[in-house]
Design a protein around this ligand. Structure first.
Ligand code: ASP
Length: 320
């Protein structure tokens, strides 16, 4: 893989990668989002020779991710992607909602250049922090000729926005691409590509982003869970609140308790969009002939929620 030699924009949003703890031995009792982007980049002398531009877009623990931060981040990404001398972007981000941000950005940017999320499981003050290597690897991917789409880099693996999911609460190799497997690996600063990059369609995505950016209120889609003893109450409460869509994290191959299913059908009849995904961490929901509710295929509940949100937005735009 060739390096593009173009500028890379590093956009920081916070997370553990920018976290600090009182003791170097403490990998859990730290505060995320403490170090600024310039300080982060300065911890890696190897980066001094590279053409980087840095911007602090937010400074949050990603568990607190909001639509306001997504809006700001997506717009800043669009700005930097439009610069001819910028070859790719790196976004430093917490691990907790990284997969949601990755999927959201792929949906509203579908970039022809690489947008690479970098993260860490240990704070920057740890005895052996993982953030610096992850950042270095992410910059290597962002600078790779021919790279495109939104991906995440963690512990040497490159995951696509569609498949990436946090699978572990503590280990450094915290992400998986499930059945699909990673897009590639970063080894000694070089990318070993295993399969296709996420698809690019920046022109279509730009319309979506323009629409989202202009909207005060984004469609409200909530996630509920199927489980033993699941019932109608939560669905009824959400419908009464005027929710636009409901994603159910169903059991197994998209199965839903009959009491909950009935409530979801009623919600649908009253105009609320309903989508079934599965609470199983691996595999897709496979359609059956007797399905009464649509399903989200391979999308996890959190990604199905974003997909539905963007779809609702599209519908409003086209007035259907
Ligand atoms: N709570 C942190 C965050 O998501 C966890 C991490 O970054 O690993 O910002």
């Amino acid at each position: 893989m060739q390096a593009s030699g173009k500028k890379i924009a590093v956009l920081a949003t916070g997370g553990t990668i920018a976290g600090r703890a009182a003791s170097a031995h403490d990998n859990v009792g730290y505060s995320a989002a403490q170090m600024g982007v310039r300080e982060l980049v300065a911890t890696l002398p190897a980066l001094a020779a590279l053409p980087l531009v840095c911007e602090q877009v937010a400074q949050i623990d990603s568990k607190d991710m909001s639509f306001a931060v997504w809006r700001a981040l997506a717009l800043r990404c669009a700005h930097w992607l439009a610069q001819d001398d910028v070859g790719g972007l790196v976004i430093t981000h917490g691990t907790d909602t990284l997969e949601e941000t990755a999927y959201f950005l792929q949906g509203v940017l579908a970039p022809a250049k690489p947008v690479v999320l970098a993260c860490a499981m240990r704070p920057a003050t740890a005895l052996l922090p993982d953030g610096p290597q992850n950042l270095l690897d992410a910059i290597a991917v962002a600078g790779t000729e021919g790279a495109r789409g939104v991906v995440a880099v963690c512990a040497g693996s490159v995951h696509g926005a569609q498949d990436v999911a946090k699978q572990h609460t503590y280990r450094l190799d915290a992400f998986t691409s499930g059945d699909a497997g990673p897009i590639g690996y970063v080894e000694e600063g070089r990318l070993r590509l295993l399969r296709e990059w996420p698809s690019a369609d920046p022109a279509a995505a730009r319309q979506k982003l323009t629409e989202l950016a202009a909207r005060e209120r984004w469609p409200r889609v909530e996630i509920i869970l199927n489980h033993a003893g699941a019932g109608a109450a939560i669905v009824q409460a959400l419908v009464a609140q005027g929710v636009d869509g409901i994603v159910v994290a169903a059991t197994g191959n998209g199965s839903v308790h009959h009491d909950l299913e009935q409530a979801l059908q009623q919600a649908r009849a009253s105009g609320v969009r309903v989508l079934r995904s599965t609470r199983c961490p691996q595999g897709a929901v496979l359609g059956r002939q007797d399905d009464t509710l649509p399903h989200a295929g391979t999308l996890s509940p959190v990604k199905a929620r974003i997909a539905l949100m963007l779809e609702l937005l599209d519908q409003r735009r086209s007035g259907t």
